[in-house]
Design a protein around this ligand. Structure first.
Ligand SMILES: Nc1nc2c(c(=O)[nH]1)N[C@H]1C(S)=C(S)[C@@H](COP(=O)(O)O)O[C@H]1N2
Ligand SMILES: [Mo]
Length: 424
């Protein structure tokens, strides 16, 4: 696939929009838009590069597994082990086993445990068998709470965790689910996470279930993405989606024991809504319209619209306005949901995908926990230095970075990008 084709849908949508505004020709030739878009739109899969906003590109909408940005701990990294070693530690589909048991320190009352010692641990075939009846799929952008942009956009498929928990005939004294993955059998390397039992047993509102995931974008989950099986928590930041999953502990402990809590992170934070740019010129000719496009991560409160502001640097900003509420904001155009879901088989969403109707279209767009795209053409400006900003307004009416502005709950800071307008 050549680069122009690769970026074609973002371009055609953005261009159609730019043309509607009467902006024609020069600034909108495909090569110009590609140049303007920089790496983020033109990185072809074959180049194996992982541009910063890989998980936010318009095309292909779904990020190929090997182009996700990788956030993995471990020495050595579990996905870098030899095939032989992977087989011996259960990191292949043929050898994978999941243990589900009571936490010895804070016991839960279970009728049964699934453990390796007596041959009752769950294997991959048994998981797939549950999947025949219970498998679900949903769209989710994987975002690291510590980083500023998405790692990748995926269609995740697996079995609701509760189906496996019910196999243990739980009775009482269960308040949380603790879980971790393979960690080189070294307790110091353990990366773990946890959820309230209620979130696992029941899906609040219209959230998809927490799953034991074995497929991504229609293919087996690969080793770097956490295969054979990882947890995927739809509304959460990446650290809850434990890779190389090997053990689930049902516990009566009332609080979280997440590894991420040790870094002062807010481990209960759900994905935030925020906007950022994908293509923006650093320099423009004075008086000429300025085309800009970008994406928004749609968090738990949804997305109503994206707003933009271009401010001259001669303006003195008030220090008591950290969230830029006093800027002069105007609406960007939200781009339609993709027609072609690039990155999936046949570029289409399979039937029975959460939030998708019988024709393979989203019931609602922008859709929570995905990336939506936007474009805008700003009127030409006088020569000088400017600051461009964009922000989201969520469905509750909150302007980014509100309602949850604190960094340790995930990135939502407003992006500020300098633009120079040169005399012609
Ligand atoms: N076992 C294990 N699971 C893990 C991690 C890890 O280091 N070990 N990193 C987590 C973090 S912090 C993030 S952001 C996501 C990243 O997922 P990705 O590498 O598939 O993009 O995986 C999570 N799952
Ligand atoms: Mo992360």
């Amino acid at each position: 696939m050549d680069q122009i084709e690769f970026a074609s849908e973002h371009m055609s949508l953005a261009r159609r929009y730019f043309l509607q505004l009467g902006l024609c020709g020069v600034a909108l030739a495909p090569t110009d838009i590609l140049a303007m878009a920089g790496e983020n739109l033109i990185a072809a899969p074959s180049q194996k590069q992982r541009p910063d906003k890989a998980g936010a590109r318009r095309e292909p909408y779904f990020t190929p597994q090997d182009e996700f940005r990788d956030v993995s701990r471990g020495k050595p990294l579990p996905h870098s082990l030899s095939e032989e070693k992977k087989r011996s530690v259960g990191l292949t589909r043929e050898t994978w086993k999941l243990e589900v048991l009571s936490d010895p320190d804070h016991p839960a009352s279970l009728g049964k445990t699934l453990i390796k010692a007596d041959g009752t641990a769950l294997d991959f075939d048994a998981l797939l068998q549950i999947g025949e009846k219970h498998a679900v799929r949903f769209l989710k952008v994987m975002t690291c709470l510590n980083l500023g942009c998405p790692l990748g956009m995926g269609l995740w498929e697996g079995v609701p965790l509760r189906e496996v928990i019910w196999l243990t005939q739980p009775k009482e004294n269960i308040r949380r689910v603790h879980y971790h993955g393979y960690h080189n059998d070294d307790p110091k390397q353990m990366f773990r996470s946890s959820l309230p039992i209620g979130r696992v047993l029941e899906d609040p509102f219209d959230l998809p279930p927490v799953i034991l995931c074995y497929k991504l974008n229609g293919e087996w989950l690969d080793s770097e993405r956490g295969g054979p099986v990882r947890m995927v928590v739809p509304e959460a930041y990446g650290f809850k989606s434990i890779k190389w999953l090997s053990r689930v502990l049902l516990t009566n402990l009332a609080h979280a024991n997440d590894t991420y809590a040790e870094q002062n992170n807010d481990v209960d934070s759900m994905l935030k809504t925020y906007a950022a740019t994908l293509s923006i010129p650093k320099e423009v000719k004075a008086g000429e319209p300025i085309p800009i496009s970008g994406y928004a991560q749609v968090g738990v409160s949804g997305l109503a619209r994206v707003e933009v502001s271009l401010e001259s640097n001669t303006l003195v900003r008030s220090e008591s306005d950290p969230y830029f509420t006093q800027c002069s904001w105007s609406d960007a155009q939200m781009l339609a949901a993709p027609q072609r879901w690039g990155g999936l088989i046949d570029d289409s969403l399979p039937a029975n995908t959460h939030g998708i109707d019988g024709n393979g279209k989203p019931k609602h767009w922008p859709m929570r926990f995905t990336n939506a795209h936007w474009a805008v053409v700003l009127p030409g400006v006088a020569p000088g230095e400017y600051m461009f900003r964009c922000r989201t307004i969520d469905e509750k009416g909150n302007a980014q970075p509100l309602p949850r502005p604190f960094r340790k709950g995930g990135h939502a800071a407003i992006e500020s990008i300098a633009i120079t307008a040169k005399e012609t």
